[in-house]
Design a protein around this ligand. Sequence first.
Ligand code: FAD
Length: 253
Amino acid sequence: MSQVLVFTEFANGKLKKGSLELLSAARKSGLKIQALALGSGAKGLAAELGKEGVDEILALDDAKLDQYNPELFAEVVSGVLASKKPAVVLASSTMLARDLFPRVAAHLNVGIASDCTELEITSSGEVKARRPMYSGKVTVEVSFENSPTKIVLMRPNQLMVVAATAAKTPSVEDIAAPAKDLKTLVKEIVKGTSGKLDLTEASIIVSGGRGLKEASGFKLVEDLANVLGATAGASRAIVDAGWVPHTMQVGQT
Ligand SMILES: Cc1cc2nc3c(=O)[nH]c(=O)nc-3n(C[C@H](O)[C@H](O)[C@H](O)COP(=O)(O)OP(=O)(O)OC[C@H]3O[C@@H](n4cnc5c(N)ncnc54)[C@H](O)[C@@H]3O)c2cc1C
């Protein structure tokens, strides 16, 4: 039977919303669902993944994968896909996935569609996806040819999260860390000071621009965002002016 493998992302022992969206889409296909979870606490997701209708968890519960190392992640994920041969791989189009999966696709010589906004998976494991092009001026329908595994990166907040009707008790398979010596070592990741959700994951964004007159005016945006539980965003004009960091910019560039 064809399988859909969902690359899960989680924080504080809970699946991120993007992963719940992917699992909802995977269930709709009626195919067997595998969940790949990497990093400390991966196995602790078993109960939540069971509730989401996952059949099999592939876990590498190792602190070495708590920080993203492109070389290590590409090695692990390519190895899993080569041995499990899922028909479809779903991941959220996050910064991590957009860096990781093109490497994996090249490694395995399979097709990838990134930044998709619509997704349909048939019961035979075929995929039809839609993605914007040319700054959203057109959208294209993407299908795959001669690609036994099809990798689809979905933009967060595009698919509905639907509650599963039946829970499962997934099997848990331990993935071995690659024995290969790595050429790169990630020593530290310095996170931004904001504890807020990333712009790509936020359901509500309060965005400000040049109309705020000066850098200190941006406090109004932050105050409103705090009241609404939103993430603050900014126009390119005020990012270029140095009022706020580039991570806050909304838009294509
Ligand atoms: C190739 C290209 C790519 C770009 N990509 C991006 C992108 O990814 N993201 C992005 O944000 N921009 C992008 N831009 C820039 C974009 O076109 C705009 O210039 C920019 O977003 C405008 O930002 P703003 O709203 O801060 O400023 P403005 O356009 O100057 O708007 C300020 C607004 O505030 C109003 N205002 C002024 N004073 C007051 C007041 N006292 N009370 C109430 N309202 C007031 C003004 O009437 C005006 O409507 C791109 C441009 C190009 C050419």
